[in-house]
Design a protein around this ligand. Structure first.
Ligand code: CU
Length: 175
């Protein structure tokens, strides 16, 4: 309860500049609301939302099988794996590493399966700045076609504990 009650006629309808700004803000709300579904369907770097339920241990088994069949090398204890063009590629997130290192070919399309073994992580691909949530229990499939050769770095952009800042990975794209 306030000390003084407000005057009975406290409400003054907005007018002039105030009215214009309210209208502008409202219009912008409408534009952004429409932009969300539009971009979901038209944005070229969006996920199609393709995802499947998967038990973390089952996903780990698939990743292991993928690594065993397609391994081409090793870098600092992490397997370097080259999936067949047009095929499936797997990327596993866990505290606090991304594995394996993927070797892709420019212009080829891959089905990239991403999931986490423990808790929520954030897949952030640099320097192109593509970001996706990585959740345990979900196999999130991204259809990717690298358009430029080079080395891309993956960082975790979802705080996941004491070693979060060391959680980095790599994708190599060859010509
Ligand atoms: Cu993480």
């Amino acid at each position: 309860m306030s000390i003084y009650s407000p005057a009975q006629d406290w409400f003054k309808a907005p007018s002039g500049g105030e009215r214009a700004w309210i209208g502008l803000a409202l219009l912008w709300c409408v534009v952004l609301t429409l932009a969300m579904p539009y971009w979901h369907f038209k944005g070229k770097q969006n996920s199609t939302g393709e995802s499947y339920a998967v038990e973390p241990m089952k996903f780990m088994e698939r990743v292991d099988r993928f690594v065993q069949t397609n391994k081409v090398g090793e870098e600092m204890g992490t397997a370097v794996v080259e999936p067949s063009p047009g095929g499936d590629a797997y990327l596993q997130a866990q505290m606090w590493r991304w594995s394996p290192i993927l070797k892709l070919r420019k212009g080829q399309t891959y089905r990239l399966h991403i999931s986490s073994l423990d808790l929520q992580h954030g897949f952030s691909l640099q320097p192109v700045n593509m970001n996706f949530q990585v959740l345990p229990g979900y196999d999130h499939v991204l259809t990717v076609t690298p358009t430029e050769a080079g080395e891309y770095h993956i960082i975790c952009n979802e705080y996941c504990g004491i070693g979060h800042h060391t959680m980095t990975g790599k994708i190599i794209v060859d010509e």
